[in-house]
Write a new protein. Structure first.
Length: 169
């Protein structure tokens, strides 16, 4: 009887794994994206290098192809390690979109960019997530996404962004 339970459990696990992999495969294609935004840092200042690193990590987390991710930060003060308040940011990258005759296999992958629970962000990044919302929602294929920010000075910052994004399998 014990042997039958183990065999049944193993078979069930195998079926679930096979179904999960079959269900998550999605034909997709890479699409070039170009966008810009003005980062308005009232409570949090970044250095040009710090802002670049933060944006690179966020875009990679959401599935941007890292080989051709370009981030250009304008208005950098003298020295890339000097804190700044406001800056224009222009990005170009490729992200996936569903395509019936797509050239790559993709899958839906959960993401959670909530500060404090993600290695990329902290609660100080609330304003950055708020400024990025139009760029992210307009240039990545998302599903079941919730984007909730409250970065009012003098209050406890709240920046929760969760859902699923289409990523290379």
């Amino acid at each position: 009887m014990q042997g039958k339970r183990i065999l049944m459990g193993t078979m069930l696990t195998t079926v679930l794994v096979l179904c999960a992999s079959a269900a998550t495969a999605e034909p997709a294609q890479w699409k070039e994206r170009k966008a810009g935004f003005l980062f308005k840092g009232w409570n949090t200042l970044y250095t040009c290098n710090g802002l670049y690193d933060k944006l690179r990590d966020i875009f990679r987390e959401l599935g941007a192809r890292s080989t051709d991710l370009h981030i250009n930060i304008g208005d950098c003060p003298v020295g890339a390690n000097t804190p700044m308040g406001n800056s224009w940011v222009n990005v170009s990258f490729y992200s996936l979109e569903p395509a019936a005759g797509g050239g790559v296999d993709a899958q839906w992958a959960a993401f959670k960019t909530t500060p404090g629970t993600n290695h990329v962000l902290s609660t100080r990044d609330c304003e950055l997530l708020e400024d990025l919302k139009p760029l992210i929602t307009g240039n990545f294929t998302l599903r079941n996404a919730t984007y909730d920010t409250n970065c009012v000075p003098g209050t406890s910052p709240n920046a929760n962004f969760t859902g699923e994004t289409l990523k290379i399998k």
